[in-house]
Design a protein around this ligand. Structure first.
Ligand code: NAD
Ligand code: DAU
Length: 335
């Protein structure tokens, strides 16, 4: 029986990872610590509420008391740190929570893991820590050059996690994944924002010239890669995880308009994001060399994702109101 301590499990990737584990391991125990920020949603995991193998704690990864209590009570084998402030645009205006959660929170988890011990500490980092690349792809040994407060805070946590391996032999592994897409992604990120706007006949606000490139990874492929790395990865190592689907934002926008049968006129170019990274690209040979490959075809998984948002208005409509609507109106004031 494996015990997984998941932080940020009520967010997009964390909730998909918990579902992935329960679907693949009949005896796994999951302990989920989540602060329930605007991005955390209990509905994402409602189906597990009555499971005897699922424990949910509402709390902050920066709070050493609750983290220690969880270690004492559950003695987890693995800690997978998904908890973070994750939206680049928010980090440009209000970076404070990014520094606190993404760096100090990771530090608190590392310190507690060091005190209690565990089998693996997986720090979920991001491809954004490398910064932007015009040509070619980043390998794990390349220098880090984060260019916005979000990616800089993630780079801080990434290197701090490594330091706990190098200094204290804590069994840390770091993953750096590319842009994820799939069900349960908060509708502030490109794909769910544009899909839900298209469904509602609202404008799709493309930043700058729309030629920025991201490498799209289906969330289930990411979850499988993390499980693979827990089982077969080497401690002290970093693993890039990419989808192998590099597209410009215009290509993504056009695909969404086509799949939702909406007119080209919904596409609107607006002022660029500050410090907008032009292109992300990963060399994933290190991971493919130990046997992992993304299984999902991009076009099929995008169609599935778009259909999921079409069918789950009850999930995303409430998220596009209230506080979020205030943020959205302020942020997209040109529309
Ligand atoms: P998300 O914003 O959807 O979810 C983040 C979760 O963390 C939420 O449930 C939130 O309530 C929780 N949280 C935030 N602050 C917390 C705190 N102080 N204590 C406890 N919980 C807290 O994020 P996501 O897109 O699922 O990303 C998960 C992780 O994966 C992040 O570390 C992110 O940097 C990384 N990542 C994301 C992507 C992507 O494309 N989404 C790609 C690569 C890496
Ligand atoms: O690369 C991994 C990263 O991907 C993760 O670490 C981050 O947590 C995640 O938010 C994501 O960051 P991006 O900035 O790449 O994702 P976002 O969905 O915000 O934007 C994707 C691209 O789309 C980017 O070039 C900006 C552009 N964009 C985004 C929004 C929200 C637009 O043109 N218009 C928009 O309204």
């Amino acid at each position: 029986m494996k015990k997984y301590f998941i932080t940020g499990g009520c967010g997009f990737i964390g909730s998909n990872f918990i579902r992935y584990i329960f679907n693949h391991d009949d005896s796994a125990v999951i302990i989920n610590l989540d602060k329930l920020t605007y991005a955390g949603n209990l509905k994402n995991l409602a189906e597990f509420n009555n499971s005897e193998r699922y424990f949910f704690y509402q709390g902050d990864i920066c709070d050493s008391k609750i983290v220690k209590e969880i270690f004492k009570k559950h003695k987890p084998d693995y800690l997978i740190n998904f908890a973070a402030e994750t939206h680049v645009d928010r980090s440009l205006g209000e970076p404070d929570d990014f520094i606190q959660t993404d760096i100090f929170g990771a530090f608190n988890l590392l310190e507690t893991a060091r005190e209690f011990g565990l089998e693996r500490f997986i720090q979920i980092s991001t491809d954004e820590v490398y910064g932007s690349i015009e040509k070619g792809s980043f390998s794990e040994t390349d220098a880090l050059m984060p260019r916005n407060p979000y990616s800089a805070s993630k780079a801080g946590a990434d290197r701090l996690a490594y330091s706990y391996f190098a200094t204290y032999d804590l069994p840390v592994i770091i993953t750096r994944a590319s842009n994820n897409y799939g069900p349960y992604q908060f509708p502030e990120k490109l794909i769910p924002l544009f899909v839900t706007n298209a469904i509602e006949d609202k404008k799709l606000p493309v930043y700058g010239d729309g030629k920025n490139v991201r490498d799209w990874l289906y969330v289930d492929d990411h979850c499988e890669a993390i499980q693979y790395i827990i089982d077969s990865g080497k401690v002290g190592e970093i693993y890039n995880i990419g989808g192998g689907n590099e597209l410009t934002n215009i290509q993504i926008t056009d695909l969404i308009l086509k799949e939702t049968n909406k007119p080209e006129s919904l596409k609107q170019f607006i002022r660029d994001r500050l410090g907008h990274d032009r292109r992300y690209s990963l060399n994933c040979e290190k991971l493919t060399n130990i046997g992992w490959r993304p299984k999902h075809d991009f076009h099929k998984a995008m169609k599935f994702t778009i259909d999921w948002y079409k069918q789950n208005g009850d999930w995303w409509k409430p998220l596009k109101s209230g506080e979020y609507l205030k943020y959205y109106k302020k942020h997209y004031k040109e529309l």
